[in-house]
Each structure stands twice: as C-alpha cells, then as structure tokens.
Unconditional design. Sequence first.
Length: 357
Amino acid sequence: MKTQRIGSMLLMAGILCGATSMATAQIYTMVALGFSGSNQEAGLNNNGEVVGYDNLTNSPFLYNGAVMPFGPTGMGALAINNNEQIAINAPTGHAYINGSYTIPAPYPFPPYVIPYYVDLGTLYSAGYAQGRAMNDSGAIVGESWSPTVAKRAFSWSFSTGAMTDLGTLGGTSTARGINSAGQIVGQSNTAAGYQRAFQMVSGTMSDMDPANPAYDSYAAAINNAGQIVVVTNKAWHLVQISRNKLLWTAYRGSYWYTLLYNSNGTNVDLGNLGATGTYGRAINNAGDVVGAAYTSTAEHAFVYHAGALIDLNTQVNNLSGWTLLMAININDYGQIVCMGHGPDGLHQLVVLTPIPD
C-alpha cells in the first residue's frame, strides 16, 4: 500500500493549492469505480484513497486511481485512516484491522514491510463484532453481540488490542463515530423504546438530550473539533400539564432531519432539498457534512457547506446520465464518495474531486 500512496500525494498537492476557492465553488469532477450493487459503506482518507466492497470479486478493495482487490473473499472494508490502516468487516460476524509495519534496514538494503491482519475479538464468548468507524490511531468502534446477548457498543484499542464495552442507555447500543481525541458517539435504545443519540463523557455513555427523552435520534459522526452529526425525528407540540398551563414538549415526529451540534452544545438544522427527510452520514474537520436528502421526486446526495445544503447533482461537471443518490464520506480536501445510479441502470460507487477555480 505504500507504493500506492505516491499518486495520492501528488493528487492531494494539486487539490491543496486551490482548497479555499474550491470549497466556495463547490464544483466537482466525477470518477466511477465500476462496481454494481448497492454497498453503502466506503472509507475515504486524506490521501484520496477509497476502500469498500467490490461485488465483482466479492472482496474488499483499495482505490487509488485504480482498483486493487485485497483480503479474503466475502469481506468489506469500511474505513481507511491517514496512516493507511484499513478496518474490515467479515460476513462471519468478525471485524479486522489491516495494515503494515515498516522496519528500517541498514543501507543499501530496503526497509522491511511486515503486514498485519488482526481480528478485533468480541465482548462475549462465541460472540460477534462489526466495526463502524476508525480514527488515525487505529481505534475502532462498533457493536458486539452473541446469540444470547443483544448488541452493545464497543471501542477497540490498536495499541493494547483490548475491546471495551461502552454500555447502553437501557437497550441495544452501537458506536458510530470516533475522532482523533478518542471522543465516541453513536446510538442506544432506552427501556422506554426510543432510539437515542449518545456521546461518551468521561467514560460514561450519555444521552445528548436527556431533558427531552420521548423522540428518536442517532449520532452518525464526529470530527476533530467535536462537531457531531445527529439525525433525529424530534418534533414539538403543546401539552396541557395543568388547568391553566401548557408546555411545549418534544415527541417522536413523522420525518427525520439532521442537526449539526457544535462542541459548545449549540446546534443548527441543516435544512432540506425541498422535501422532508435529510440524513447526514459523515463530516470532515472543516465541518462539511454529507449524506442523503429527499427532493420532491427522489433521494439525492448532498453536501452541507458554509451554512447551505447543496444537491450534489447540480455541482458535477461530468454527471450526464447519472444520479447521485447518497454521499457516504468526505475528506478534509473536500473529496466525496457517493453511491450513484448510472446510465446502465446499476448502482456504483463514485468519487467526486473538487475543481479549482
């Protein structure tokens, strides 16, 4: 994978030269990776490398200008960090991390490159685990379960090899995001039957809105600034609590939308594309959010940038015949991985790269 990085570094250098103007222009060029199917997981790092599942070879893949299948068949890669570690899920219900160590050797001998492929283990005997996200330290979060124990959120440390039970809010739980500081977010069901967004605070799973417990939400991602993408169906109505007093009360609404929480606890509604239903999936360190939102006729990929929710189908210079259905990931240079519907009628992963002014 180290030889793959040379091309990506050149690509990133070109993007960086015009990063500010590109972010304003929001115009992209698209490359289709050529996979049919409907895989909705794909990792993307700041080298422009993409990982996911290649249904043509039934194996994980690495893309860096060309597609390179790797690893055992049936597995799918879900994340790649800036150190080129790759998190992988297997259909057997196990999760792995793949990478390599480089050991220097005396001149003129080349360095030793030692690959590794590690099973994360599980929280339970005869159990299972699936990863959801990974940070640059190789820490992975997700969920673990067994035939007799329901899903519980976990974090796994690359440095120690230990898996930690993150707890629940009363029911099943899943960790969905982790940043470079090790801050973790996700979702947990409550005993009352609601799905709730959580963040880990001093090692304890904490509801992100404990004062209003009667609606659903989940935290999809967190960046290094502590901004959190929360998808929710929170709505408000007036409830009579006494003869002369009405109280605005949160309840489970009829549609989902996305909030961006700042590290100080304030939040902003990302808006919509003309219809109800906005689902944020990923965020970069500039606070740009990507995901999917409904228009009046279909579901479209979006990017939220500088306070505006933008339909990516209006921002690509070579989109002819395609519809971008969902934006899956975004890196710090503004590159975006999407699920697209191509002119051949199939779903494919595509990569959008910003074009300098």
